[in-house]
Design a protein around this ligand. Structure first.
Ligand code: AMP
Ligand code: MG
Length: 337
């Protein structure tokens, strides 16, 4: 009997570990992208069901293409103050803060310009310079007012918000919060170009996140991470070509034209998904020099920049955790200081 007790204990522990490591996965289509969710452990299945409900709810709430979305209720408010959900209030508050910190490189009121190019709606065309100049009159995130005490916000008439640049990052944050509350300690979600990791893999090792190459349909490299968001913005994600010119979906709010800043992709690694998502878009707009200035001044994140002359720049915190794929091993890689 004395020998049997440790054996039973060991068996119980083993079974406990096995159930802790059980892998649960789900794939859903939301926010115009394919999302894959993986959660480990006994709470994994429930957490994934809840995550899918949350994502579908956020999609319905934030979408610009669904007439009954909360975004469209704001856009149809004709300058009147509107009561919004706590989720929307926080999203708008963070949008404005990111606009401020990036000097307007991220502007969630760019909607009419994005629509004119067809990046919302899919009717691609190159707008006339005068049309863009007129539309830019209706763009300025500083005109959004948020009243957090009363759960209200307002937007001048003729202006419209949309959250294509940050919705997935915000969604990732809310999904990870929910997973943590459900008792999950190891999970990874891929929401289009956004990857968010909770903890480490169940065996204690780091997650390997593959980064899409801006030069082809393969991977540029891999990043070993734990407990962070890894978000990439690239011109290659969405673009159209006309008369030999490529027009992509990341737009410079200062000009109304696709941002040709010399960067072809920007990856941000940081604790917050919404910050990573907002900064990946905004730093793409800024270009390498201003992006590095921003990093030096603000910090709080790591980054990988790829330029249109095939150079790769990484911040020092990623040295050792980022590896270029074999096919790209010859690209000049600089660790910035
Ligand atoms: P992302 O893929 O996160 O870089 O977001 C790009 C999407 O955000 C585009 O498809 C547009 O809908 C929107 N967008 C493009 N440029 C900007 C910008 N400068 N500020 C805010 N949203 C933008
Ligand atoms: Mg973004």
């Amino acid at each position: 009997m004395k020998k049997l007790i440790p054996c039973i204990l060991a068996l119980v522990l083993l079974l406990g570990c096995a159930s802790q490591e059980q892998k649960h996965t789900a794939t859903i289509l939301a926010m115009d992208t394919v999302m894959t969710l993986t959660a480990y452990g006994s709470q994994g299945e429930t957490a994934l069901t809840q995550a899918q409900q949350l994502i579908n709810q956020l999609d319905a709430q934030l979408s610009l293409t669904r007439e009954d979305s909360e975004t469209n209720a704001i856009n149809g408010s004709n300058g009147e103050s509107v009561t919004v959900s706590a989720t929307m209030l926080e999203l708008v508050r963070q949008s404005v803060a990111l606009g401020d910190s990036t000097g307007g490189a991220l502007d969630v009121t760019l909607t009419p310009v994005i629509q004119a190019w067809g990046f919302i709606g899919g009717d691609y065309r190159v707008p006339e310079p005068q049309e863009l100049a007129d539309l830019l009159e209706r763009v300025d995130y500083q005109k959004i007012s948020v009243d957090t005490a009363n759960n209200t916000m307002s937007l001048p008439e003729n202006m419209a918000v949309s959250f294509g640049a940050i919705a997935k990052g915000y969604t990732g944050d809310l999904v990870m919060e929910q997973m943590k509350s459900a008792g999950v300690t190891s999970a990874i979600v891929t929401l289009g170009g956004n990857v968010q990791a909770l903890g480490r893999k169940p065996d204690g090792s780091l997650w390997n996140v593959a980064l899409q190459s801006p030069f082809g349909s393969d991977y540029l490299g891999t990043l070993e991470v734990e407990d962070v968001a890894v978000v990439t913005s690239g011109g290659y994600e969405r673009y159209f070509q006309q008369e030999g010119e490529t027009y992509w979906h990341i737009i410079d709010p200062a000009t109304g034209y696709p941002a040709k800043s010399g960067l072809v992709s920007v990856t941000i690694v940081c604790d917050s998904g919404i910050t990573a998502d907002g900064l990946s878009t905004a730093l793409f707009v800024m270009g390498l020099e201003d992006a590095l200035d921003y990093w030096c001044t603000n910090g709080g994140f790591e980054a990988i920049f790829v330029t249109d002359d095939n150079k790769v720049y990484i911040t020092p915190g990623l040295e050792g955790s980022f590896t270029l794929e074999k096919a790209y091993a010859d690209l000049p890689l600089t660790v910035v200081e």
